[in-house]
Design a protein around this ligand. Structure first.
Ligand code: ZN
Length: 621
């Protein structure tokens, strides 16, 4: 199972690692490297380095490292083959597989995607020009979507006949059904899945169409929204409508807006905030959060997050901890959805995002805003309700700050609030039984938002010890010399010798670097010798050095000579003839002293290099 090695190598060679990483990380050029904030750990200063020439990255904070394929795997949660395929598609390289069944699976997927793409085009053309789509066109216009929007988002119209798409595309039955475009009726005839609906094609993050969200026209029968059914290409727990378009702005702003409707996503883009995504007929899942986390650290919820209640709150706090994200809630006017606001007051929609509140602050304001605070009894009740919300938060430091706010707003002694538990807010039925607001989001199965199969991650409320960024190891002269060998080989290479590297890891890295043509090859060679050596070369490949070659060489020789001196001294203590060794000790002592003196440094350096490496010596003076 896999892709042929030649093809993997061509994909690596054809890919610009800086361009790929820049889709996720804002990189800045520093010398010959590129530096940015690590997408794999939380940091304020850039520890994440990319070497464009060697096509490698390394993070000094968390140790994340690899090549462009590793990066795509990690950040987009793909397997190796998936990552190579993604990059190959971008580079226009056709892959050959080592296993036929693998090839078959990939071929099948390509066939299904092709079928959906043809359906997207057919439905789209139908909306643009067919007479039976006039009502759909005027409905879209009433929602503020003009012809340009319809074309940009490839919106379509599914006519109300039973099998118009099936007859137009004439796909093999199995492809038609498996691609989610329809089903076989009782007489075995292909029948369209979508009829009499405006269709919003749903694309995967790479921009391939994988399914549809269909909205019935106002006044027509049927569920308001119907989505493609779950299939090999359409997985609603991982899909986010709009991510293919908005990911660039999400990375730039380090923020993603999560809304509930397809027209909300479009509304945000039209209002000048082109970084919204929508779930496709399901609650926001942890998979969605993980996917978004690989593009941004902050999520702004642009739907009625309060209505989802306590259960949602627990999940949000768990995600904040586990995935190191901040979740905020957009300050939307109550009961107005983003698509409506985009139409009536686009500036207010942008402001609602700019003024988003932390999740807990938003919940607290809702509770206190609704409470009467005129009498002592009312204020005590309000304080209890507010504290029930505050105590959901897992951090005692955060809780205490909000507790002070509750105490002040309800005029209660904070110590009275500190030492007791509060019942969950009334009506906080976590799952079912909540009345949906008007303008319900797309939902193909009547799911409530937030509510999917897996239970909220209970018992994980204690903040896990986050992997602390490791301090960069203090560099030895050996490391510095290797780094210079990577970056400025001509300046130091001719004077180096394996004997100067006493650390086994450094020695192995040295051997790999001098025996292979490129640093990437050296990473592989060193890694097969000793994984730590592979790591070392990888790291050095992103650490440009400003050091002076002569200084580095002097330090390296000083360390090596000093080490040799101590072993000679140890030898002298047990030697039969201490004077034989004593002469060498005296000679070394003197040379080391000379090495440290600027006026005699150069000569001593030559002599010591000769002695340490066993090369033909120049005269010892
Ligand atoms: Zn990192």
């Amino acid at each position: 199972m896999g892709i042929q090695d030649d093809d993997i190598a061509s994909v690596r060679a054809a890919t610009d690692i800086v361009a790929v990483i820049s889709e996720h990380v804002a990189l800045k050029r520093v010398g010959r490297r590129w530096v940015g904030l690590c997408p794999f750990h939380n940091e304020k200063s850039g520890s994440f380095s990319v070497n464009a020439e060697e096509k490698l990255y390394y993070c000094f904070g968390c140790g994340a490292k690899g090549d462009v394929i590793t990066f795509v795997r990690e950040v987009e949660h793909l397997d190796f083959v998936g990552a190579v395929e993604k990059l190959a598609a971008k580079a226009g390289i056709t892959l050959r597989y080592t296993d036929e069944s693998q090839t078959e699976g990939r071929k099948r997927r390509a066939q299904l995607l092709e079928a959906v793409a043809r359906a997207v085009d057919w439905y789209h053309a139908r909306l643009l020009s067919a007479a039976d789509a006039a009502t759909a066109r005027s409905y879209l216009r009433s929602r503020g979507l003009d012809g340009d929007d319809v074309r940009a988002y490839k919106i379509g119209w599914a006519p109300s006949g039973w099998d118009e798409l099936a007859r137009a595309l004439r796909l093999p039955d199995d492809v038609f059904v498996e691609a989610g475009l329809g089903f076989l009726n009782r007489r075995g005839r292909p029948t369209d899945a979508f009829r009499g609906r405006v269709l919003f094609p749903i694309f995967d993050v790479a921009g391939a169409p994988v399914g549809f969200g269909g909205r019935v026209l106002p006044g027509q029968d049927g569920a308001k929204y119907k989505n493609s059914s779950q299939s090999t290409i359409y997985d609603k727990s991982r899909l986010l409508y709009g991510l293919n378009w908005s990911k660039a702005d999400i990375v730039r702003a380090d923020e993603a807006i999560v809304c509930e409707g397809y027209t909300d996503v479009i509304g945000f883009a039209k209002a000048g905030v082109p970084r919204a995504v929508a779930t496709c007929g399901t609650a926001l899942t942890e998979e969605h959060v993980k996917l978004l986390r690989s593009f941004a650290r902050r999520l702004v919820l642009a739907f009625d997050a309060d209505a989802a209640g306590q259960n949602a709150a627990e999940r949000v706090y768990a995600w904040e901890r586990q995935h190191d994200i901040d979740v905020a809630v957009a300050a939307l006017p109550h009961g107005v959805d983003p698509a409506e606001l985009a139409l009536s007051d686009p500036g207010a929609l942008a402001d609602a995002v700019a003024q988003a509140q932390p999740f807990l602050k938003f919940r607290l304001d809702r509770v206190l805003g609704a409470a009467a605070l005129d009498t002592p009894e009312q204020r005590a009740r309000a304080a209890e309700a507010a504290m029930a919300v505050v105590q959901e938060h897992p951090s005692d430091l955060v809780r205490d700050q909000y507790l002070m706010e509750v105490a002040a707003r309800c005029r209660v002694d904070p110590d009275q609030l500190r030492n007791r538990r509060f019942a969950p807010p009334r009506g906080a039925e976590p799952h079912k039984g909540r009345a949906g607001r008007q303008g319900r989001p797309p939902s193909d199965d009547g799911d409530e938002r937030w509510d999917d199969d897996e239970p909220p991650p209970r018992g994980t409320l204690v903040r896990p010890e986050r992997a602390r960024p490791r301090p960069a190891p203090r560099d030895t002269a050996e490391t510095e010399a290797l780094r210079m060998l990577v970056w400025r080989r001509d300046e130091i290479g001719p004077w180096l010798h394996e004997a100067l590297f006493r650390e086994p890891v450094a020695a192995s890295a040295y051997r790999a670097l001098v025996s292979t043509p490129t640093v990437a090859d050296a990473v592989a060679a060193a890694g097969s010798d000793d994984p730590a050596a592979g790591d070392l070369v990888q790291r050095l490949a992103v650490e440009e050095t400003e050091a002076d070659a002569h200084d580095v060489l002097s330090r390296l020789v000083d360390e090596a000579a000093t080490a040799a001196l101590s072993s000679l001294k140890a030898e002298a203590r047990v030697a039969d003839d201490p004077f034989a060794v004593g002469e060498a000790i005296a000679w070394l002592n003197l040379r080391i002293m000379e090495l440290r003196e600027p006026s005699t440094n150069e000569q001593a350096l030559d002599q010591l290099l000769g002695w340490l490496t066993g090369r033909p010596e120049e005269e010892h003076g």
